[in-house]
Design a binder for this molecule. Structure first.
Ligand SMILES: Nc1nc2c(c(=O)[nH]1)N[C@H]1C(S)=C(S)[C@@H](COP(=O)(O)O)O[C@H]1N2
Ligand SMILES: [Mo]
Length: 314
């Protein structure tokens, strides 16, 4: 059960809309003061971000439900690096996310490192409304800001031997107490096939609710793969590698009978310990039926033709 508690960091409810947050940022940064600061000192990081968010919404991605308010989604997170409870926000704030370099390597023309701000300048940003379905049978719907993973694949120039894309989260035991728990197979690793990575739905995320990602959501850059269980959407990425073999993922390393490589959402295939038929929508008292591929079958079902013998839904 998610219990609503008010915390120091929460702003009053009448200010909790993304629009209000944005407008107040704008009025602070805009106008003559902002211009003077810009000419005297160049563009500050805050001003660069102010220009990027909110990004233009891509109206091709629509929802069948309301967007989950940040006061629910932002205080109910899975980020095992910062502990196994859902309240990881205070611990996650210890992670320094600017500057942040991401490495692109493996079977590519030429491996490189790039600062996330520079990467975003190359790819541009857009906003998309996506559903998110955790394997634990809760769900949310959010406005992510980011760019198609396919754009990163194009920048990386993978060679013909690349069959999978592997995603790796930062590793820093000094900052992330969960990483001192030796029985977890750190660092957090996830993977997609090249075809999945190039599907238009696969999204690299740098923002949410019209602003840069708060740390607990996986700042400064994470994945969103909305037709798969949430654990595929790895957070706070430091490395994207193009590889020939299927990556061994964090959750497979922990419990492969329960969490496989494919992990496509399917209400008809129960988790070994619970049903996946329905989901609890964060911020509501409702359970709604879960949809195959989390409702994205039209865009992704064809990725799996000929793979019927695989454990596609675990
Ligand atoms: N590095 C890392 N990425 C992660 C996780 C994690 O523990 N560590 N949890 C996953 C799970 S199980 C889910 S449901 C989503 C949760 O994303 P959210 O906190 O933004 O809702 O992140 C995924 N990505
Ligand atoms: Mo999850």
């Amino acid at each position: 059960m998610h219990i609503k508690r008010r915390r120091g960091w929460e702003i009053p409810e009448n200010l909790a809309t993304p629009e209000a947050v944005f407008l107040s940022r704008r009025s602070l940064l805009g106008g003559a003061a902002g211009l003077a600061a810009a000419s005297a000192f160049g563009r500050s990081a805050a001003q660069a971000e102010d220009a990027l968010y909110p990004a233009k919404r891509n109206e091709a991605y629509t929802l069948d439900r309301a967007v989950t308010a940040e006061r629910y989604s932002g205080d109910y997170n899975n980020f095992y690096e910062f502990g196994t409870s859902k309240t990881v926000l205070p611990a996650a704030n210890a992670l320094k996310t600017n500057p942040w370099t991401i490495r692109i390597d493996g079977l590519v023309e030429k491996p490189f490192e790039i600062d996330v701000e520079d990467l975003v300048r190359k790819t541009g940003l857009e906003e998309r409304l996506y559903r998110h379905r955790c394997v634990e049978a809760w769900s949310m719907a959010v406005a992510w800001t980011g760019f198609p993973l396919a754009k990163l694949v194009a920048l990386a120039k993978p060679t013909s031997g690349a069959k999978y894309v592997q995603f790796q989260t930062f590793m820093d035991k000094a900052v992330a107490p969960g990483q001192r728990q030796f029985f977890y197979p750190w660092p957090y690793v996830e993977g997609l096939t090249m075809a999945e990575a190039n599907n238009d739905l696969a999204f690299m995320v740098t923002g949410i609710y019209g602003k840069p990602l708060p740390n607990q959501f996986g700042a400064p850059i994470r994945l969103a793969v909305p037709w798969k269980y949430g654990f595929k959407s790895a957070k706070s990425l430091v490395k994207v590698s193009f590889v020939a073999e299927r990556p061994k993922t964090f959750w497979e390393g922990l419990q492969s009978s329960e969490y496989g490589f494919w992990a496509n959402v399917n209400p008809a295939v129960p988790h070994p310990r619970w049903s996946q038929a329905s989901e609890r929508v964060l911020g509501t008292d409702q359970r709604v039926p879960t949809l195959i591929y989390n409702g994205y079958g039209e865009q992704v079902a064809s990725l799996y033709t000929g793979l019927e013998k695989e454990r596609l839904f675990v």
